[in-house]
Design a protein around this ligand. Structure first.
Ligand SMILES: [Zn+2]
Length: 236
């Protein structure tokens, strides 16, 4: 027998914190090891004797404001529509405020670089640094972080590992009332160049071969074989 699809009016909403991944259950925010557990909790309230619950959760981003529909089949009898919403829980909103102190801007990132940042963010989480928000922008991603120094270090790490342009700017955003200290917001831009090792680039009207790049670009004059170190911005 085909499973019956439940009406959408029967509500199965799962709210998950995009920061700590707690989910709201019976008016409380409780730990969620994986999103599946959060959905099971919800389903089990209605289908207490369910033996087999299968979930179909589409791929999604885990950012506050992300909202989508998933489905669960219960004992092959019912198809249950489940609304999943990412938000920031009351604990995290208290801890994070709405403030962020560092922005990491990745430009022209490869998949490998994005993965690297993801791993670093995972490690940072256990030390109490967070990425509050992740924005896809043209040519890259912006990450809003709770810690300026962490943002700065991550930029340096990216440059060490992948090579690329690193530009750091600080902007005065406010003066703390408690400490009367000035608060700066750091923006760290990491841009992967469009050229690769071995490419020929134009600099001061001459052709240069790219030998290597890290903090600077190491090039060799195609004609004279003379080597030079130049800045990224000089060959854009
Ligand atoms: Zn949270």
């Amino acid at each position: 027998m085909e499973p019956v699809k439940l009406k959408k009016s029967e509500k199965y909403d799962v709210k998950i914190c995009a920061n700590c991944f707690r989910h709201e259950f019976k008016g409380k925010w409780i730990e969620t090891p994986v999103i599946d557990e959060a959905v099971y909790d919800m389903i089990e309230q209605r289908f207490k004797n369910a033996k087999k619950v299968e979930l179909f959760i589409p791929e999604h981003k885990k950012n506050p404001g992300v909202f989508f529909e998933a489905e669960a089949t219960v004992d092959n009898k019912f198809i249950v529509p489940v609304k999943i919403e990412y938000t920031i829980c009351k604990y995290c909103s208290k801890m994070l405020g709405q403030a962020f102190n560092g922005i990491l801007q990745l430009r022209n990132p490869t998949q490998e670089i994005k993965q690297f940042v993801k791993e670093e963010l995972k490690k940072a989480f256990s030390k109490g640094f967070h990425c509050i928000k992740e924005d896809e922008v043209q040519n890259g991603v912006d990450y809003m972080m709770t810690d300026a120094q962490f943002t700065r270090n991550l930029g340096k790490k990216l440059q060490n590992v992948f090579g690329g342009e690193l530009v750091e700017t600080a902007k005065l955003v406010s003066r703390s009332k408690q400490t009367s200290k000035d608060l700066y917001r750091i923006t760290v831009l990491f841009r992967l160049p469009k050229f690769k090792k071995g490419d020929i680039v134009n600099y001061k009207g001459r052709e240069f071969k790219v030998i290597n790049f890290s903090k600077k670009v190491y090039v060799e004059d195609v004609e004279t074989k003379k080597k030079e170190q130049i800045n990224y911005k000089d060959i854009r």
